[in-house]
Write a protein that binds this ligand. Structure first.
Ligand SMILES: CC(C)(COP(=O)(O)OP(=O)(O)OC[C@H]1O[C@@H](n2cnc3c(N)ncnc32)[C@H](O)[C@@H]1OP(=O)(O)O)[C@@H](O)C(=O)NCCC(=O)NCCS
Length: 208
């Protein structure tokens, strides 16, 4: 990859609508018919847990091609402590430029910035085939469980990376997804009316 052909910069208010359209294009029909993520990012920017300093877009030739963002959340430890951690996403790269290395560059850049701000660990739901290359491992290996998941369920979707080595040493507990990620179908559908019509399809491999 030509390392001169992109920039990563903070998202600003003028980007919001374009970023939401980019997220919609990138997530559409991937995990479910249609997608929620463009509405989720719209809502999360106003959430107190949103980390403004870690809200990034990627541009190539003056066009937005990617975005990533983080939220503060916590692990409810078995010893009753509340351990501050980050969660991440949505993250996306425009469909035409996926699998060319841009996602990993954007991810690694954002993680480095999160580390510089002093955050200790990042946990979220994702595919180890992509995130494993940036140092993520299964959260189960750190003794952290996903909320509301039975003990015998497959938790391989739930990933973790320490930004401060040893940050989770001696901690077991349950990770909590920030409330802001839970949105109503009706609100998503209403928000989606602001964008050009797009066909929802039920496709193999979708999670929901
Ligand atoms: C996931 C996403 C951000 C990755 O960005 P990207 O630019 O396509 O990824 P990269 O080219 O940097 O990938 C680096 C490596 O990760 C792995 N990888 C990337 N995407 C993968 C996927 N969907 N499945 C399995 N492995 C993947 C590959 O090994 C890839 O290297 P390779 O292409 O040489 O095999 C992007 O594909 C995307 O926006 N997808 C749709 C939205 C989405 O799913 N977001 C993540 C939600 S958790």
């Amino acid at each position: 990859m030509n390392h001169q052909d992109y920039i990563i910069r903070p998202e600003n208010a003028e980007d919001y609508r374009k970023v939401e359209a980019l997220v919609r294009e990138s997530f559409w029909n991937i995990y479910r018919p249609g997608c929620y993520e463009h509405y989720i990012i719209h809502v999360l920017r106003n959430d107190p847990a949103f980390v403004k300093q870690l809200d990034f877009v990627m541009e190539k030739d003056g066009v937005l091609i990617g975005q990533n963002m983080f939220m503060k959340t916590m692990i409810k430890a078995d010893d009753n402590r509340e351990i501050d951690v980050l969660t991440m996403g949505p993250i996306c790269i425009t469909p035409e430029l996926q699998r060319k290395g841009y996602g990993k560059i954007l991810l690694d850049y954002s993680l480095e910035k999160a580390q510089m701000l002093g955050f200790g660990a990042v946990l979220f739901e994702g595919n180890i085939d992509f995130y494993g290359k940036s140092g993520f491992d299964y959260s189960s290996k750190f003794g952290i469980k996903y909320h509301d998941l039975p003990d015998d369920a497959d938790a391989s979707f739930f990933l973790c990376k320490e930004l401060i080595p040893g940050y989770l040493d001696g901690i077991t507990g349950i990770y909590l997804t920030p409330q802001g990620y839970y949105v109503d179908d009706a609100d998503v559908d209403a928000f989606d009316q602001n964008f050009p019509p797009k066909e929802k399809k039920k496709l193999p491999g979708q999670l929901f």
